[in-house]
Write a protein of this length. Structure first.
Length: 608
């Protein structure tokens, strides 16, 4: 969600801080600000809304200073106003914060009782006052931060600027990522490597509980017990080039059209086409003795996990449990000895999923992670790292990261099945063949973009939309509904088609579009039967199927159809992701919403 960048540098840093915030826009935010030290004063510039508003503030009132911090905020405590925007400051310190301070209320009451004045409704301002109180009492910067960190509970990353010490910054992390970057006589803090890419490729990831003092000469890192430690300096690999939309109107549209390429790149790491085998990248792992797999994820990644449950149980005959990450720990799950817990995340920093991972590890589970950021917290804590190769995804609504997750999970299902002796050589070869066909089939699906755009007004006028599917198309129906409500703000729900008559059919009337995902195959007839129940009650059906399915289901009452290539059921979820993404995209464009940065949403959710 929120983004952080800090620079201890040479020359005025405001422009570079602002550029770092631009690179963090994809994370989602609703206000932004900067702070530097100018002639012994803490000087702030803040604005609600998009960075264009902050740019106007800086144009009217430039911000000098060679040391500074900057932040994009996604509101948690307090509305997205200028007063609630970061950095928050006292007379002594200014700081920016990602995460949530869970015990801020008693701390705020304690500070108010001392006569301190608060300017915002945020939890963050409490931390600024705690550090200030220590400094006013004679503490050194290190003492002030160390004592404050022991008072606050929750998930956070912090970058702290102190008026009396104008040549340093202090950072800290617990449950929210923070990296240190090393330049030529400059040092940086950032919430991810992408923000620092134009400044440096030399970075160190802080570990849980770490805090760090940075100066122009480098850094000193301390662990949660205040012991000096060293953390490995690595090459980030993040591109310094600004990510552009190219000829596309939005990043989401660009990322939808990138999917055949990035899925092919991902599969290239998991398939050996010449040998017609599945092979996990750079690891020799045997799943023969895994008795049960527990899949944990949030949002779109959860729907990828739903599809994986079908594949793993069908091919490998291994029992699979599926959990929403935010519920996992709190239901006190029974985890079988020797079991594997599989976590799926685009960012690898999702707070609920990361907390669930640590719970599973404490329960003795083997940890596997499917993630798009191989240097993320989850990736570093995994026993088995299964990276996707989607590249940076800027649109908040996940598209290419999702289909790359599906590609990895399909290969994983085949590998588990082979290790368990459930897959013959011929069956494995068939799976490899179908997976290698997926990028071309996705390309064929993209060729229907214009006709999907033409039917978007049917959906754009609706208040409620339903999606139906069976088998692996059931989670795809849920994913399609999620995409629509994320970016068009239309209420949408995805249902297992057979469940319609158990309640949801009461919602059907002639104002409700119903999107039916029904590739021809063993589940087609039953899905069409459920579709006809909808039509009999006036529902306006949009049918997504292949040519064979559309011919079999031909009916004058169908208001629109989207023809997909005929594919093997294994890769149908990858292919049918395309039309539901395109439909959501074009409906949002028709409604004039902010497609890439929809309201109230963040790309990386680093609070529970």
């Amino acid at each position: 969600m929120c983004g952080i960048i800090g620079i201890v540098g040479h020359g005025e840093v405001a422009g570079r801080l602002f550029d770092g915030l631009k690179r963090l826009e994809y994370r989602g935010y609703d206000s932004a600000g900067l702070c530097t030290i100018v002639d012994g004063r803490l000087e702030r510039r803040r604005a609600e809304g998009k960075l264009d508003n902050l740019a106007k503030v800086l144009a009217e009132d430039p911000l000098p200073g060679e040391v500074g911090i900057a932040h994009t905020r996604w509101a948690t405590h307090g509305a997205p106003t200028r007063d609630n925007a970061h950095p928050h400051a006292t007379a002594e310190v200014a700081l920016v914060h990602n995460g949530i301070i869970e015990n801020f209320r008693p701390l705020r009451e304690e500070l108010l009782a001392e006569g301190r004045t608060f300017e915002s409704e945020t939890d963050t301002e409490v931390v600024a006052h705690l550090v200030s109180r220590e400094i006013e009492g004679g503490a050194s910067p290190r003492e002030a931060v160390s004592r404050t960190l022991k008072r606050i509970h929750g998930a956070f990353s912090l970058a702290i600027l102190m008026k009396r010490w104008p040549d340093m910054l202090i950072g800290a992390r617990l449950g929210s990522p923070l990296v240190v970057g090393y330049g030529e006589d400059e040092t940086y803090l950032g919430s991810d490597a992408l923000a620092l890419a134009p400044l440096t490729q030399k970075i160190a990831y802080l570990e849980e509980g770490d805090w760090v003092v940075i100066t122009r000469d480098g850094s000193q890192i301390y662990d949660r017990d205040d012991n000096p430690v060293e953390r490995a300096v690595t090459h980030s690999g993040a591109s310094a080039a600004r990510i552009e939309k190219g000829n596309h109107r939005h990043f989401m549209q660009k990322e939808i059209f990138e999917q055949p390429t990035v899925v092919a790149q991902t599969l290239g790491s998991y398939l050996r086409p010449l040998e017609q085998k599945v092979a996990l990248p750079d690891m020799d792992v045997d799943f023969a003795d895994v008795p049960r797999i527990t899949i944990v994820a949030c949002g779109t990644s959860f729907y990828a996990g739903m599809v994986a449950k079908y594949w793993l149980e069908q091919f490998a005959r291994v029992p699979v449990e599926l959990d929403i990450a935010s519920e996992f720990r709190y239901r006190q799950p029974v985890l079988e000895k020797g079991g594997m817990a599989l976590f799926i995340s685009q960012s690898g920093e999702t707070a609920d999923t990361l907390a669930a991972l640590r719970h599973a590890r404490a329960e003795g589970q083997r940890i596997a992670v499917v993630v798009n950021v191989p240097t993320s917290s989850m990736a570093r804590e995994a026993d088995i790292l299964l990276p996707t190769h989607a590249g940076p995804e800027i649109g908040v609504a996940s598209t290419k990261a999702f289909t790359c997750q599906l590609a990895v999970l399909a290969a994983l299902a085949a590998k588990v099945a082979r290790d368990k002796g459930r897959l013959t050589q011929e069956e494995e070869q068939e799976i490899v063949l179908h997976l290698t066909e997926a990028p071309a089939a996705m390309n064929a699906a993209l060729r229907h973009d214009e006709e999907i755009e033409a039917m978007a007004p049917i959906v754009a006028r609706a208040r409620d939309v339903l999606y139906l599917g069976r088998g692996p198309e059931y989670p795809m129906a849920m994913e399609g509904a999620l995409k629509l409500k994320e970016i068009s703000y239309i209420h949408a729900e995805g249902y297992a088609a057979g469940e319609m008559k158990h309640g949801p059919i009461a919602l059907i009337d002639d104002n409700v579009p119903v999107i039916v995902l029904a590739p021809s195959g063993p589940l087609f007839e039953k899905t069409v039967s459920n579709m006809q129940e909808v039509q009999a009650r006036g529902g306006r059906v949009i049918l997504i199927s292949d040519a064979e399915g559309l011919a079999l289901a031909a009916d004058d009452r169908i208001v629109a159809t989207i023809e997909m290539p005929k594919v093997h059921p294994l890769i149908a979820p990858l292919v049918y992701a395309i039309p539901v993404q395109l439909l959501a995209y074009h409906v949002a464009v028709a409604k004039g919403t902010d497609v890439d940065q929809p309201r109230n949403l963040a790309k990386s959710v680093t609070v529970e």
